[in-house]
Design a protein around this ligand. Structure first.
Ligand code: NAP
Length: 296
């Protein structure tokens, strides 16, 4: 069994990005600039945005945060989106989700200029991704693709089972791995809460990607020998062995499943650390006009 080390891979990618940024600066090119809109004071969202800011600093990007009070109107948020759409200093930006209930997330996302939509949530980017055209791929699926690539995991002709059909993980993952490219060319089954014979389907997987949000759901009896298992789930559980009083676990029963597999992502230290790095990679692409070289 081999561990797919997301922490180490993320570190390597950050070093690669930092090197590229320093070459851009030496060349008098513009420094990549990522902006974030944060509405309200949800503690988890604040932590995510601070982590993004810190990561930008580590690789030499410029970052800026637009903080709006929780009671801001939808119109106000749309205005900030419009401002960033037109600000030539900013290469790409994100609107930190979730937004307060009175704001329509879809409306906000659809207002982002696709060429600056580094979260890859705009329908234009999802459409382009589906058609295998250049696009921003959302952070978690992009991070998983990076892990598959960097660990040289064969996907062609493989049977992939994705458990969970969220718009941010499961659904794009199933599209990406069925595309006619590498990583891809796999035969993909997408499972959800209405799927029958889930266990049997999981057991048929050469590559199993689990994004269900169900702690320890995937057990060893659901796994084929030598399968590759990618665990996206994150759960905080109490622990008396850590200073913080909690530890993180995934959707997969790691201790037992890891004995059967060829590769597995641990939680923590697997998919999680790749997410912010993917956002940095998308920002770099935006700064270099790699995705939208033609006017929209
Ligand atoms: P989500 O929106 O919570 O959706 C869960 C999916 O799993 C749904 O499609 C649901 O089916 C399916 N599901 C739930 N229970 C099921 C069951 N018993 N049998 C079959 N399918 C079932 O998912 P998400 O946002 O992708 O998050 C999933 C997990 O990944 C969470 O733990 C989240 O914290 C974590 N996550 C981690 C990262 C990271 O960076 N590592 C990023 C994003 C999310 P229905 O569609 O039928 O309801």
């Amino acid at each position: 069994m081999k561990i797919i080390d997301g922490k180490e891979t993320a570190k390597t990618i950050k070093q690669e990005i930092a090197k590229e940024v320093s070459a851009m600066i030496d060349n008098d090119d513009k420094t990549p600039h990522l902006a974030a809109i944060l509405v309200g004071d949800d503690p988890a969202s604040q932590t995510y945005v601070s982590a993004k800011e810190k990561a930008c600093k580590e690789v030499g990007f410029v970052s800026s945060i637009y903080r709006l009070p929780a009671g801001s109107s939808e119109k106000k948020v749309l205005e900030v989106v419009s401002f960033l759409n037109h600000d030539d200093e900013v290469d790409g930006f994100i609107v930190q989700l979730p937004l307060p209930d009175h704001i329509d997330e879809n409306k906000i996302i659809q207002h982002i200029k696709p060429s600056k939509d580094i979260d890859g949530f705009h329908p234009v980017n999802i459409g382009r991704m589906t058609l295998n055209l250049p696009s921003y791929i959302s952070a978690t699926p992009f991070g998983i693709l990076q892990l598959i690539e960097r660990y040289k995991i064969e996907t062609e002709g493989k049977r992939v089972v994705v458990m969970g059909r969220s718009h941010i993980v499961g659904s794009p993952m199933s599209i990406l791995l069925s595309r006619k490219t590498y990583p891809g060319n796999a035969t993909v089954t997408l499972c959800h809460s209405r799927t029958k014979n889930l266990k049997q389907i999981a057991k048929s997987a050469d590559i199993l990607i689990v994004a269900m949000g169900k702690q320890g759901f995937v057990t060893a009896d659901m796994i084929q020998d030598d399968a590759v298992v990618i665990d996206v789930g994150i759960h905080r559980i109490p622990s008396d062995k850590t200073k913080s009083g909690f530890r993180l676990v995934g959707d997969v029963d790691f201790d037992n499943v890891s004995r059967k597999v060829s590769y597995i992502t641990p939680v923590p230290g697997g998919v999680g650390p790749m997410t912010i790095v993917s956002l940095l990679m998308n920002t770099l692409k935006a700064a270099k006009n790699e995705i939208y070289s033609m006017p929209e």
